[in-house]
Design a binder for this molecule. Structure first.
Ligand code: DGL
Length: 278
């Protein structure tokens, strides 16, 4: 494959969380090329202001466009909540009008509308995602009346637990239990719980210990993959520009060695990243 034709799907997250999306994307769309970018040097984004998350995300998007990505998935709820709309409306038209940037909130919201039986939905997310109110707003807009109430819980300790590979620690157990108990107390009728942060599926085994069986836990990876397949079918003008040699490349803004160790655990296979700056 010549460099000229290299046109991967960009997958961006503040750190390791987007790997839970990438894993499903490469499983569902194995022929395509993917370029993963983790801004591990500046993670977490969840506690940062709107302006900072927008600035960092725009820098990442520009970087991925420069690498040749015609399409980028913002595999981060915080960045999807705080930066995606601005990037789509204000930056894309001048930056790269033929390219596309998609997020993870809208596909998740559409899925929730399909699976909730009683319309009582809970959202677990970073402080940034929760404060942005993106989920309640989008659920109201896109669920066609099937969602009646949305409660949210910010889980500020969960991303640092994942980023520091403390998933199996007592600390992880303590914080997961606390946040799950909080959200269950906010609505006794919850039937669907959205893991509204791409890091959270990595804590799934702990989360499941404290969520009653009758509540569906929604992970975003397969939802985003399913919706992307549909998107590519509907947008041949993007699909035909994507290169398809089944290559997955990893870039990180932190030490590649650290990234490789943790990312290999999360991906379940060896990962060889390179350190980049932008
Ligand atoms: N994985 C990002 C998300 O989905 C998270 C987090 C962060 O950097 O705080 O929100």
């Amino acid at each position: 494959m010549s460099e000229k034709t290299y046109a991967p799907i960009g997958v961006f997250d503040s750190g390791y969380g987007g790997l839970t999306i990438l894993k499903e994307l490469e499983k569902t769309l194995p022929k395509y090329d993917f370029l993963y970018l983790g801004d591990n040097a500046r993670t977490p984004y969840g506690t940062r202001s709107f302006d900072v998350v927008y600035r960092y995300t725009l820098q990442a998007v520009k970087y991925l466009f420069e690498q040749g990505c015609p399409l980028i998935i913002i595999a981060c709820n915080t960045a999807s909540a705080k930066a995606l709309r601005n990037i789509q409306m204000l930056d894309l038209p001048t930056l790269a009008p033929r390219n596309r940037v998609l997020g993870v909130i809208r596909p998740s919201v559409e899925k929730v509308a399909e699976i909730t039986k009683n319309g009582h939905v809970g959202v677990l997310g970073t402080a940034g995602t929760v404060v942005s109110e993106s989920y309640p707003i989008e659920l109201e807009k896109w669920s066609e009346g099937s969602v009646k109430s949305t409660v949210q819980e910010a889980c500020p300790m969960w991303v640092p637990i994942v980023e520091n590979n403390e998933i199996e620690s007592e600390g992880a157990d303590y914080f997961v239990r606390k946040n799950i108990e909080n959200i269950l107390a906010k609505d006794k009728d919850l039937d669907t719980l959205i893991l509204g942060c791409t890091h959270y599926p990595l804590l799934e085994q702990v989360i499941k210990k404290y969520v009653p069986d009758h509540i569906s836990i929604l992970k975003q990876g397969h939802i985003v993959a399913e919706k992307l397949v549909d998107y590519l079918q509907r947008h041949p003008e993007i699909e035909t520009r994507l290169s398809k040699s089944g290559q997955v490349v990893f870039d990180t803004t932190e030490s590649a060695e650290n990234f490789n160790n943790k990312a290999s655990l999360f991906m379940g296979r060896p990962v060889e990243a390179k350190t980049v700056s932008f």
